[in-house]
Design a protein around this ligand. Structure first.
Ligand code: URA
Length: 224
């Protein structure tokens, strides 16, 4: 029988390898690989697009303005970072230099593909019950490639990593809205996080119900 190793240990091993990654050109311009963080035993994983300036500087996901908004939405949905695991589809910052300043850009299909090794390993180890894709690129990567974020956010899907996958508006997109559009977009993020939390509860209940109730000592009988 193979010995099961703790998820923390498995994830740390993958993170150490990811930190050495040179599979795409983003490796040459990054300050830090932003692997992901949170509770590796969390039933809920949030997946964003990729690190921005602050994330690149600190090596931590969602620590800039978008991260602050995500924290607020999580709180309103009754959760905190310690309840979830947060990562991105690409682990290194993608940017262009414009007028002497670095501006974030969406990762290319090649960069997403090159980084899929790490996302695949993370999700395979964590085995979440529910994944929330934050924004279109994460949804196109983890749900299906023609995903339309405005049309399909808030709907349930499944993939090979989790029985329940939902997409929500990206906090950075919400920050670019104003007035009523901002309120509506922010509300939809909170609602999708609440739906994700409820779905975890429901799936946990189903898991509990599916457990066979065997009298003590009879466990071995199941082998025959
Ligand atoms: N936006 C993302 O998609 N991910 C981060 O980690 C930060 C901002």
């Amino acid at each position: 029988m193979t010995e099961e190793r703790p998820v923390e240990e498995l994830l740390a091993e993958v993170e150490a390898r990811a930190k050495q990654c040179v599979a795409c050109p983003l490796a040459h311009t990054r300050t830090n690989v932003v692997f992901g963080e949170g509770n590796p035993r969390a039933p809920l994983v949030l997946v964003g697009e990729g690190p921005g300036e602050q994330e690149d500087a600190t090596g931590r996901p969602f620590v800039g303005r978008a991260g602050a908004l995500l924290d607020k939405a999580l709180r309103e949905a009754g959760m905190a970072r310690r309840h979830v695991y947060i990562c991105n589809i690409v682990k290194c910052r993608a940017y262009v230099i414009e007028n002497g300043r670095a501006r974030n850009r969406p990762p290319t299909a090649e960069e997403i593909q090159a980084c899929s090794t790490w996302l695949d390993a993370q999700l395979t180890i964590i085995k979440p019950l529910v994944i929330v894709c934050l924004g279109g690129p994460a949804a196109s990567t983890l749900i299906h490639k023609n995903f339309k974020i405005m049309q399909d956010r808030g709907k349930w899907f499944s993939n090979r990593y989790a029985p329940a996958v939902i997409a929500a508006l990206h906090p950075a997109y919400i920050l670019r809205q104003a007035g009523e559009a901002y309120e509506k977009a922010y509300r939809s993020l909170v609602d999708d996080l609440i739906a994700a939390r409820e779905r975890v509860k429901e799936l946990r209940r189903l898991q509990e119900e599916a457990k066979p109730i065997l009298p003590e000592g009879e466990e071995q009988l199941r082998l025959f």
